[in-house]
Design a protein around this ligand. Sequence first.
Ligand SMILES: [Zn+2]
Length: 672
Amino acid sequence: MTPPAPTPTVDPETQERIVQRLAELHGPEHAERIRRGVEQAAQRWWPEDGDAEAFAAFCDAHFLADAEALAATFRRLEGVFEQIEGHLHEVRRELTAPIDLDLGPLLPADRLLADLDLAAHVSEDLFRTKTAFLALLNFPVHTLAERLAEGTGWDRESWARSRFMDRFALRVPAAVQQETTRVAMAAEQYVTSYNIRMDRLVTPAGERLFPESLRLISHWGLRDELASYYVDPKPAGLTRQRTILRVMERIVRQEIPAAVIDNPDLLWDPETNAVRLVNADAAAGNGDLAARETDRRYAALLGIFHAVRRVDPYSPAEPTFIDRRFERDRQIPEREVEALLISVLDSPEVKDLARLIRGRLGRPLEPFDIWYSGFRARADHSEADLDEAVRARYPDLAAFASRLPKLLARLGFSAERARWLSERIVVDPARGAGHALQAQRREDKAHLRTRVPRGGMDYKGYNVAMHELGHNVEQVFSLNAIDHWSLAGVPNTACTEAFAFVFQQRDLEMLGLRSQTEDTRRKGTLAVLWNTYEIAGVSLVDMGVWRWMYGHPEATPAELREAVLGIARDVWNRYFAPVFGVSDSDILAIYSHMIVYGLYLPDYAIGHLLAFQMARRLREGDFGAEVERIARQGCITPEAWARGAVGGPLSAEALLDAAREALAVEAAVPVL
Ligand SMILES: [Zn+2]
C-alpha cells in the first residue's frame, strides 16, 4: 500500500552531465547554484514535459548566471504573479458575493457560479508552459531549516525570492489532488451533518433534560452549550453537563447508536445507551436501532490520511503531511510547537488556576470543566445598553463605513494613516457571522464583512466588525504598504488573529463606554490561560494521532479508534489528571478539527500566546505606529516575525506572567 512514486525522467547521470556542462560554461563560482537548480527542476519534471534531452536543452537555455538578469527575471515574475493571483482572487470574490453577502434571495445562477474556479489549473499551466521550471532552475526552494539557519542574514529581496518559491515546492498530479479534495469534502460533509437531538436525550428514569427542538452539532455546539452553563445557569445544569460529556464519550468511542444521529424519531439514553422510538406506533426502522456507528469517524480520518499520503512522493522537501503542515504551512518545527504547548500544559500557573476554579465551582473538577467559562463576564453593561450605544454611534453599516477614518484615528492612527487605511477597506453586510477578506494585489481593497440586522447595527455585529477590522488593518499594511509583493501577509494565521483580538478588546472603549477595567482584564487573562491549556492538550492529541498513522499506515478504522483513544488518555493522564484528579478521560479526542482539518489545532494555541505578547507591546507603545511596523514585516518566519514584533521569541511567558499576577489578586478575592 505504499503510494506510487513519480516516474523519474531525468536520471542522476544526465543531471550530473548537465551540471558539469553548465559549470564549465558559466564558471565554477556558479556550480552550487547550478547543482541545486538542476536537481529542483529534475525532481518535478515528468515524462510529458519532454525526455532527458529536452530537459538538458531547457537547462542550457534558461540557467541565468548574470546577477542583473536574475534580478530582472525575479521582478518580472513577481509583478506578473501579483496580477494573476490578484485578479483571480477578485473574480472569485465576485462569483461568491451572493453566497457571502446579505444581498437578498439567491438566484439559481448564483449557486452554479459559486462552483466556478478559474484558479484550479493555474499551477499545472505554470509547469506546462515551463514558467515553473525557469523559476526552479534559478531560485532555491528553501526548507524551513534553511530559513531558520540562514534567514537572519538575509535582506528583504532574499526573503522575497525565498517566499516566492514556496508556490513551486509541490507539483502534484491532478488526479492525486482531486482525490484529496474529494476525501476532504466527504469528511467535512460527515462532520457538518453530525447533529445530536438534545431534545431526544433521556435519563435512565426516562426524563428529558433539554428543551424541545434543541439540536446541536458535534463538537462545536455541544461544547458551547456545555460552556454556557457556567455563565448562565440552567435548571439541572450540572446533570446536563454530565450528559453532554457522556454523549461525547459515546461519539469518540463510537458506541453511539448510528440511528440516533440527527434523528427526531428516537429517544436515546446516553448513560445506558438504550434507544427507543419516540412514538411507539410509528413503524420501527429497519435493523437494530441500537447498532453502534461502526467507526465511520475514524474511517473518515483514515481516508484523508491515505489521500494526503499519495501527495508525499511529489513533495521532495517535505515528504510527509506532518512536515508540510509544520515546515511549509506553519513555518515552525514540530518539536518547537510541541515544546511551546507543553510549556503551558506543564506550568504551575495552570495548577493554581485549576485550584481557583475548583473553589468557585465548590466541587471537584470533572473532565468537561476543561471548558469552564466562568471568567467570561461582561458585567458592566447589559446587552440592551450595548445595542443602544452602538446604534447611537452607528445607526447602520453605511454609517460605520463612513466613520471608519474617525474610528481608526481614535484607535491611535495618524489622521493621514486613518484616511489611507479607510480608502482601502470596503465594508460589506455578511450573510454568515462575518469575516475579513484580504486583497491579493496592491491596487485592490480588503473587505470587512459583518452581519447586521436589516436596517440597523447591533452590538454583536459591531463587536465582530472590530475583530475583522483588526484583520483588515493588518491585511492592508502587509499588502498595500509592503516592499515586496511576495512578502505580503503574515507568516501564520496566529499572527493575524493576534491583531484581531487586540482590536476587538478595545470595542467598548471605542464606543465611549468604560473600557476594560483591571478586573475584567485579569479575568480575561485567566480565561485565555484556561482556553490555551485546553486547546494545547487537544493539539497534542492531534499531533500524536498523525504520528501514529504514519507509523501504522495499514491500520483499520477500529485500530485507529483504539489508538486515538489511547493517545487522548495518555495526554489526559500526563497533563490533566494531576490537575483534575480524574484519570483516563478520552474527552480530548472529541474535536471535529482533528477529523477534517488535520494538524490545524496548534495554531489556536499559538495565536493565544502571540496575541498576549503583542497586546502587552501595543498597550505600552504608540498603537498606530506599532501596528503598522509589525504588520509591514510581512511573511517571514513566525520566529523572526515575533522577534521583530515584540523583541523576543514566540513564548508562553507573557501569558504566564500576566496569569501569575491575576492569580495573586483573584485568589485573594473571596468567592461571592
Ligand atoms: Zn479572526
